[in-house]
Design a protein around this ligand. Structure first.
Ligand SMILES: [Zn+2]
Length: 311
């Protein structure tokens, strides 16, 4: 079982020692917070290294490419939501640059896996409680490409299928690139934790993630089962894991929240999250995130104990 933890900030020697003491078996970290020396040290300690890459996200992309800013059906450009800045998934330059980045990461030889994040159409899904949500993207790039590929009205099943295809095509390209460099590097995705029946089919219609379509290119699916943040409960984690297993027939490695968001997430509640996250057919779990755990010794203790009991 994977004993994974997401590290949000830069890795230091001191942090690595603490991760060893905690019993972590795998760390997930952004490529910017890792270098060869740190990766080598983690390897020495028997900790696997998985690199997270944000794809269709980031304010710097809006600045560099103003036409990468998503456009709603009514023609209005997307606004920033809290920290979240979505990017049009069909911007040619963005796609090209992100694929080049994936290639560079795979070539460093320090990654056991590459996990794609924000590999989807824009949407602040954590806040969604009903099917009323804005749909993207109706920018000129998207309209032109759809007219060329399919044609017809930008709505209905043909439009939705095409949207999902754009996301799947990117993942397929990423898989191809990684495979050519080193076939042992795993490709994972952080997926939105919605089922087909949730919010009137929004997982395909709004998010553009069609799990059946993605499955051939993805080695491991990591649904972001942040139960408290999304207004669910601990048992829901298990439901989503089983659903993803059934639909994709691929390994599932859920990522769970530690943060008091919204309101207190008690150590007992966190332990329940771990219990449901590690239930079969799960491959283990990724705890999100390390820096937050440092604020609550009781939760840290609960995780150390839980992991000890596993082995
Ligand atoms: Zn667009």
């Amino acid at each position: 079982m994977v004993k994974g933890i997401f590290v949000l900030e830069k890795l230091t020697s001191e942090k690595i020692q603490k991760l060893v003491d905690l019993g972590a078996g795998a760390i997930f970290v952004n490529y910017q917070h890792l270098n060869k020396d740190v990766a080598a040290k983690l390897r020495q300690e028997g900790i696997k290294v998985y690199i997270e890459v944000g794809i269709f996200v980031g304010e710097e992309l809006w600045q560099e490419y103003p036409d990468a800013r998503p456009v709603a059906r009514n023609g209005r450009p997307m606004e920033k939501i809290d920290w979240y800045v979505g990017v049009c998934p069909n911007h040619p330059q963005v796609r090209k640059e992100k694929l080049a980045l994936i290639k560079r990461i795979a070539k460093t030889g320090i990654a056991d896996g590459v996990w794609l994040d924000f590999i989807r159409y824009p949407g602040h899904w954590e806040e969604v409680r009903n099917a009323k949500m804005p749909e993207y993207c109706f920018c000129q790039n998207c309209q032109r490409k759809f007219a060329h590929d399919v044609g017809g009205a930008v709505e209905g099943e043909r439009w939705i299928t095409w949207k999902c295809q754009q996301i799947a095509d990117f993942v397929a390209r990423a898989k191809e690139i990684i495979k050519t460099i080193d076939n042992s590097i795993q490709l994972g995705i952080f997926s939105v934790p919605w089922r087909e029946e949730d919010y009137d089919g929004a997982i395909r219609k709004i998010i553009g993630q069609d799990f059946r379509q993605l499955a051939p290119f993805v080695d491991i699916f990591s649904p972001m089962v942040y139960q408290k943040m999304t207004g669910h409960n601990e048992a829901w984690i298990g439901k989503i894991v089983r659903y993803m297993d059934k639909v994709t027939r691929k390994p599932v490695l859920p990522i769970i929240q530690t943060e008091n968001k919204p309101g207190k997430l008690s150590p007992a509640e966190f332990e329940d999250e771990l219990i449901f996250a590690y239930q079969k057919p799960s491959q283990g779990s990724i705890v999100f995130f390390w820096e937050d755990l440092q604020k609550d010794q009781a939760k840290l203790q609960a995780l150390r104990h839980f992991w000890q009991e596993l082995s």
